[in-house]
Design a protein around this ligand. Structure first.
Ligand code: SF4
Length: 242
C-alpha cells in the first residue's frame, strides 16, 4: 500500500507530535509525488497566497515545475496581497487567477458573511476546479490551525471525482515558518504587520489570541471559522456538502 492510500486513515494527531520537521517535509513531498503519478495534469494546487499555501506551492514545484495552480482573489484583498499575487503569477505563469466580480449587496460581509464567502470564494474556487479539469486538488490545510480543522485527513475523497490532498496537514505553524525560512520562500509582505492568518481585509484582524485563526470574522458567528471552500462540494455543486 502506498503512502497516498495509508494517509486516508493515518492518525494525524500522532503524526503531528511524533514526526520531525524533516520527516514531515519528506512525507509532504512523497504525498504530492504519489498523487502526481496517479492524477497527472489533473493535480492542481490551490494557492491563497498565505504562508501555508506558499509552502505547499514550493513543495509542489520541487516535485515538478509543471504542476499547475490557481489563486482565488476577491475585491477585498490588501494591496500588499494583490501586489504579491501579481508578482507570483508573473513568476509562475502556470498559476491562474480566479475572481467573482458580480454585483453583491453593500456590506454583505457584515450582514451575511457566509453568503459573501459563497459568492466571492466558493464560486470561483469551484469554477477553477471545473475549468482546470482538476481531479485532485492540493491545499494548505493544517489540523492545528483552529477549531474547525482538527478532523481532516491528509487524503480525502468526499467530493465525487475530486480527491483532496492536504500534504502539510500535520505541520505546526512554527514548522511552516521554519520551512519558508530554511528554503528562502518568498512570503506575502503583509505578514510584517503581524497577521497570523490572512483573508479579505474586511474580515481579518491582528489578534494576540492563542488560536491562529482567531482574527478571522471577529464579531460574527463565523469567528475563527471557515470560508466554505473546505466544507462545500466543489465539483458536484448540487451535493449536500462535504
Ligand atoms: S472573507 Fe469576508 S469579504 Fe471576503 S468573501 Fe468572506 S465574508 Fe466576504
Amino acid at each position: 500500500m502506498g503512502l497516498l492510500e495509508k494517509a486516508k486513515t493515518a492518525d494525524v494527531k500522532v503524526l503531528v507530535e511524533t514526526l520531525s520537521f524533516k520527516q514531515k517535509v519528506d512525507r509532504s513531498i512523497e504525498l504530492i509525488s504519489e498523487a502526481l503519478k496517479v492524477y497527472g495534469d489533473g493535480l492542481v494546487v490551490a494557492n491563497s497566497l498565505g504562508k501555508d499555501s506558499v509552502a505547499v506551492w514550493d513543495l509542489a514545484k520541487k516535485v515538478s515545475p509543471k504542476i499547475r495552480g490557481f489563486i482565488v482573489t476577491t475585491r477585498f484583498q490588501h494591496k500588499e496581497t494583490i501586489e504579491f499575487m501579481l508578482e507570483e503569477v508573473k513568476r509562475y505563469p502556470e498559476l491562474k487567477i480566479y475572481k467573482n466580480d458580480a454585483d453583491i449587496p453593500e456590506g454583505l460581509y457584515r450582514t451575511d458573511p457566509n453568503r459573501c464567502c459563497d459568492l466571492l470564494k466558493v464560486e470561483p474556487t469551484s469554477r477553477a476546479i471545473r475549468e482546470m479539469e482538476a481531479t485532485c486538488w492540493v491545499t494548505g490545510l493544517r489540523c492545528t490551525e483552529g477549531r474547525t480543522r482538527t478532523d481532516y485527513k491528509e487524503v480525502e475523497e468526499r467530493d465525487k471525482g475530486l480527491l483532496k490532498l492536504n500534504p502539510i496537514l500535520i505541520w505546526k505553524e512554527r514548522e511552516v515558518w521554519q520551512y519558508l525560512a530554511v528554503y528562502s520562500v518568498r512570503v506575502n509582505p503583509i505578514y510584517q504587520e503581524g497577521y497570523r492568518s490572512l483573508d479579505c481585509f474586511t474580515c481579518t484582524q491582528i489578534t494576540t489570541d492563542e488560536n491562529e485563526r482567531a482574527g478571522r470574522w471577529v464579531g460574527t458567528s463565523k469567528c475563527g471559522g471557515e470560508c466554505g471552500i473546505h466544507t462545500r462540494p466543489l465539483k458536484n455543486v448540487d451535493g449536500d456538502g462535504i
